[in-house]
Design a protein around this ligand. Sequence first.
Ligand code: SAH
Length: 217
Amino acid sequence: MQEDNYRHKGMRKNLVEELRNKGIIDENVLNAINNVPRHVFLDSSFVEFAYQDKAFPIGSGQTISQPFTVAFQTSLLEIQKNMKVLEIGTGSGYQACVLAEMGAKVFSIERQRKLYMKTKSFLAEFPYRIKTFLGDGNKGLPTYGPFDRVIITAAAPDIPQSLVDQLKVGGMMVIPLSENEECQTMLRLTKQEDGSMKRETYGDFRFVPMLKGVGDD
Ligand code: SAH
C-alpha cells in the first residue's frame, strides 16, 4: 500500500473543509473522510487528483465517486456503529471503507469480475469489516440480510424490489434513481411497519449506470 504522509493528510484536511463549505455537516462523516486515505485507491501517479472534489476513472470503464457524493450519500444513511450495510457497486472500495470507518459492517457487491478481484485483494490490506461479493446487485444478498441500510452507488433505472425486501423495518435505502441518462435524483427510502416506503428527494447527481448480470472487465 502507498504511504500516507503529512502532505496527504494536509490535502485531506483541505478536502474536508471544502466538503464542509459545500454543506456536509455530519461530523462522523467528515471524520471518516479525514481518516480514509483516498489517494491509495488511485494509481500513485494520480495523487494530485485524489484530494480534489472530483470523480476519477479507476479502470474497467468505472469511476471512484466524487468525495461530495460519497459524503452526501453517507450522511443520508445516518450510520451507527455495527449497522449492517449493503452496498451495490464496490468499484474502488472507497465508499465501503468510509462506511466501515464509521463502524458499519459492510457487504458490497460488484458486477465486473476483474474489478471485483482487484478491489477484493486491495481491501484485504485494511482492518475494516468489509465482505465483497461478485454478482448482480439488483438481487442483493438474501442469505446475509436483512440490512439496516442499503446504498446504491450506480444510476438505478428503477427501485429493485429484492433490495426493498432485504431491508429491515425502519431501515433506509439511498438510491440515485435515473430520470434520464444524464441525471439521477437522489432518493432516501425508509421502510415503514406496513412494508411501504417513505420517500424523500435530495437533488440531482450523475453516476455510471447500474447494469444487469455479471461482466468480465
Ligand atoms: N462505490 C464505488 C463507486 C462505484 S461506480 C466507489 O466508492 O469507488 C459504480 C460501480 O457499480 C461500478 O464499479 C459498476 O461496475 C458497479 N455496478 C453497476 N451495476 C451493478 C450491479 N447491477 N451490481 C453490482 N455492481 C454494479
